[in-house]
Design a protein around this ligand. Structure first.
Ligand code: FAD
Length: 379
């Protein structure tokens, strides 16, 4: 069970998955010099907030007949939307194909809408995307961009064996698809190292972390065979002045480049965009397509009056990019996560009450304090 989602980055898996011990280390564990992060508040170039569309029971992937249309609902991916998108679209596909339609409408152009549209195109369907916002305005743009397939995906009580198996199918399919997107221009997807730092031994639980979040299942244990093992480092093998350090290797998404790739691929395959805001699902009856895939993310809460979607606020700050900083840092118990992306050094800290919080105003002090904690690591 993961009590705290440590910045929504699937961090628990990094410290709980099987690791290599010192005696087993090979030459790949050799120390390497890490370029220091130039962490100071004056280097902040952007601060954003977006809401994770969390559902205790997991994503809604089901179809219904309404307003003379078949509506395939595909939303509610919590903190895992980017990670699970391809596999989730694969689960939505049979519901779409069952209608027999050759031309479909997808409502929404975030991580879920774009990948659903691409998967439908790959299976020979013509797709028109209707949406209020397109990238980079969609909420998905403001995600961290790391492989976190079980981050706030459901509550522990809903992680039945059937759900867990379905989740694993989604995660494995997505993972495989992402490996086919490596090595492309602009690095939409890449693997990089990261360091988990801790003042206390990793097997010692952290205290005082009741942040109002429910209990989440440790689903990533089911994928233990799919990620490189983390490696404990001795003092001298890393530059950090903390007693416990472990190096991990993680798949990341450079969201700006990746979104552009998805949009371009969609257009090249004959896709069309229509800018449109739906106030009520009965407006779906105006559309010329008879099969409609609803990928409106958090927007589905207002559009359908679906209060099973709970907002989980997430704020990220971006520092001026440093190409020489090619690693991530997670400081356990210090509410700090730094991810090196091509467009910035992303700094993330969790707010005091993010769960159930739909306040999208930026809390500058939260990010500045996180940047100061990061700076202290390099002082
Ligand atoms: C801070 C933060 C960090 C995250 N980090 C990660 C991460 O590292 N890895 C990961 O896998 N996931 C991460 N997530 C989760 C991920 O971002 C979401 O699960 C994902 O963005 C959801 O995508 P979506 O397409 O469902 O929604 P959205 O991106 O919100 O897209 C919804 C689309 O529907 C449209 N729409 C909505 N309502 C209407 C309407 N009424 N009419 C017309 N159009 C409408 C919108 O305009 C938009 O085009 C993070 C989330 C947050 C908040």
């Amino acid at each position: 069970m993961q009590r705290r989602q440590l910045l929504g980055a699937g961090a628990a898996a990094l410290v709980t998955l099987p690791s290599i011990h010192h005696a087993q280390q090979n030459s790949f564990a050799a120390p390497r010099t890490l370029a220091p992060v130039r962490a100071s508040a004056d280097r902040l170039i952007d601060m954003t907030v977006c809401l994770r569309p969390f559902r205790a029971q997991g994503p809604r992937i089901e179809s219904e007949r309404r307003y003379g249309k078949t509506i395939v609902h595909h939303y509610g991916h919590g903190g895992s939307g980017w990670s699970l998108s391809w596999g989730s679209a694969q689960l939505a596909l049979p519901l779409i194909q069952a209608t027999g339609a050759r031309q479909i409408a997808v409502i929404g152009c975030g991580a879920i809408g774009l990948t659903t549209a691409r998967v439908a195109q790959q299976h020979g369907l013509r797709v028109r995307i209707y949406c209020k916002e397109r990238p980079p305005e969609v909420a998905s743009t403001f995600a961290t961009g790391t492989w976190s397939p079980d981050s706030r995906i459901c509550t522990e009580e809903h992680a039945t064996p059937a759900f867990s198996q379905r989740w694993e199918t989604m995660a494995r399919h997505s993972f495989r698809t992402y490996q086919s997107l490596l090595g492309l221009a602009d690095n939409p997807v890449e693997w990089r190292d990261g360091y988990v730092l801790s003042d206390t031994p990793f097997d010692q639980p952290l205290e005082g972390d009741d942040d109002g979040e429910p209990d989440y299942p440790d689903l990533q244990e089911r994928l233990a065979d799919m990620r490189p093992r983390s490696v404990p480092l001795r003092p001298g093998e890393h530059p950090f002045k903390v007693p416990h350090v472990r190096r991990f290797t993680q798949m990341n998404f450079n969201i700006a480049a990746y979104q552009r790739l998805l949009v371009n691929d969609f257009l090249r395959a004959g896709g069309e965009f229509v800018q449109r805001t739906f106030e009520h699902p009965r407006q779906f009856s105006d559309l010329r397509e008879r099969t409609i895939v609803n990928c409106t993310g958090y927007g589905a809460r207002a559009l359908l009056g679906d209060h099973s979607i709970i907002p989980v606020r997430g704020q990220i700050a971006r520092l001026v990019p440093q190409a020489e900083v090619d690693y991530a840092i997670m400081y356990r118990g210090h509410n700090l996560f730094m991810l090196s992306r091509r467009d910035s050094l992303l700094v993330q800290a969790q707010g005091v009450h993010d769960f159930g919080n739909d306040d999208t105003r930026v809390d500058r002090a939260l990010s500045v304090a996180a940047v100061e904690r990061l700076a202290a690591l390099f002082a």
